[in-house]
Ligand binder design. Structure first.
Ligand code: HEM
Length: 141
């Protein structure tokens, strides 16, 4: 094994998430705060009404699941996959009627939550673009 490979293995052992968006933005703590704020906006802002209405009254479970999903999706620990298997996000939303209206509102809440976070503007843009793409795939109505 070359020296560089050995060095990288050691680095990965001690810092498994080095260089990922997950670690750049501050890991679990930052993601938890963004998701908490995201559902707070969704449940209080009238502009997100239709999106809120697709959810169960108690947002506790989906809030934990979105946090776990985002850890892995941003390059951190794969908590969601370890617990529930392959993400299959479109399939997991297939029983929920989601149109462009709910899509826009979901992104609106996320944009608001991110803009109030400590995450730098470029990374916010990067995250929103990727989430917007995924949300577009989830649209099913
Ligand atoms: C396009 C707009 C979206 C709407 C309207 C929406 C709505 C929902 C609803 C209603 C649930 C079920 C939870 C409940 O009934 O309370 C759910 C689950 C979930 N959503 Fe979304 N969602 C959207 C986009 C996204 C995106 C972009 C992501 C990821 C970045 C995401 C991640 C999740 C996760 C991880 C779950 C839990 C899945 C499970 O139970 O296995 N959603 N979503």
């Amino acid at each position: 094994m070359k020296m560089k490979e050995i060095y990288n293995k050691i680095l990965r052992f001690f810092f498994p998430y080095a260089g990922t968006v997950y670690s750049r933005i501050g890991g679990k703590k930052t993601i938890d705060a963004v998701v908490d704020r995201f559902y707070e906006v969704m449940s209080t802002d009238p502009l997100a009404r239709e999106c809120l209405d697709t959810h169960k009254k108690d947002l506790g479970e989906v809030s934990i699941k979105l946090k776990e999903y985002l850890y892995g999706w941003l390059g951190g620990p794969q908590v969601f996959v370890q617990k529930y298997g392959h993400p299959r996000m479109r399939m997991r939303h297939i029983m929920i009627p989601i149109s462009e209206v709910e899509h826009r509102q979901w992104i609106y809440c996320m944009e608001k939550a991110l803009s109030e976070s400590e995450i730098d503007k470029n990374t916010q843009e990067e995250m929103l673009t990727a989430m917007n793409h995924l949300a577009g795939i989830i649209v099913n109505k």
